[in-house]
Design a protein around this ligand. Structure first.
Ligand code: HEM
Length: 226
């Protein structure tokens, strides 16, 4: 091929493409954390309510689809979204570093941008490790000595009755809140959504998730749920 007939780079190879990839995968993950938090509110309606919901998650789609197929579809979508989100974030950071070797003109802009990106990196890493522990704790049961397959309510209680674990959940969900707030704000900015409502909307979304999620370990620790 002659040098003149250069192949056009794929959209994903460009900064705009990576921002779209961050936005779409971010939206999928935001949708998941919202639905998951709302689903978990069934803890407040008792064991039967939460356990029935968990069973329903396995049955949903039947009889059109075999048992658990829809659940596995969602799991694959989530896994793909996590992979794309981390890959795009990492390669955008590398791209930005190469594009701006002399850093920002104003020290204030530099400090603000650096703080935001560092915050996103660290809160992202905390959330990532939290999810791994969370799966070991409440899905596979390896990190939960009193785990009983099929009794989700009992497993949640057994998990949060260990105070250090409950505190770790609170801290991780606060990190998730910071990540969601800044992530949602950047996402809406990239997509040109919500105009003047961008900040309040991002705060509202992140605040809702944090309040819901933090309430569960606290409710068990203080005996509201038992
Ligand atoms: C205190 C807050 C949370 C509680 C009480 C909670 C509770 C649970 C429970 C009980 C399960 C097992 C459900 C079942 O087997 O039917 C589960 C699964 C899961 N949770 Fe959470 N969760 C919380 C926060 C989060 C957060 C913040 C994330 C993500 C950032 C998350 C991601 C997941 C994932 C990916 C699964 C596996 C779903 C599956 O494939 O079956 N959870 N959670």
């Amino acid at each position: 091929m002659s040098a003149a007939v250069r192949k056009r780079p794929s959209l994903y190879a460009t900064a705009v493409g990576k921002k779209y990839a961050m936005a779409i995968s971010g939206l999928i993950l935001m949708g998941y954390v919202l639905v998951h938090m709302i689903g978990n509110l069934k803890i407040y309606f008792g064991a039967e309510s939460l356990n029935k919901y968990s069973e329903w998650l396995r049955e949903v789609g039947e009889p059109a689809l075999p048992r658990e197929w829809l659940l596995w579809g969602v799991r694959f979508l989530l896994l793909a979204a996590v992979f794309v989100h981390i890959h795009a974030a990492y390669s955008l950071t590398v791209m930005n570093r190469r594009a701006r070797p002399e850093r920002y003109q104003s020290k204030r802009d530099y400090v603000a941008a650096d703080f935001a990106s560092r915050t996103m990196r660290w809160t992202g890493i905390i959330v990532f490790f939290f999810v791994i522990f969370h799966l070991l704790d409440l899905t596979w049961g390896t990190a939960n000595p009193d785990f009983v397959h099929g009794d989700v309510y009992r497993n949640v209680l057994a998990s949060f009755e260990r105070t250090p674990v409950a505190i770790a959940y609170v801290i991780a969900n606060m990190a998730l809140g910071i990540h969601l707030y800044h992530g949602a704000w950047s996402l809406f900015q990239s997509m040109g959504w919500f105009g003047n409502w961008r900040r309040p909307f991002s705060i509202g979304f992140a605040g809702l998730i944090v309040m819901g999620n933090v309430s569960f370990p606290l409710a068990v620790m203080f005996g509201v749920v038992n």
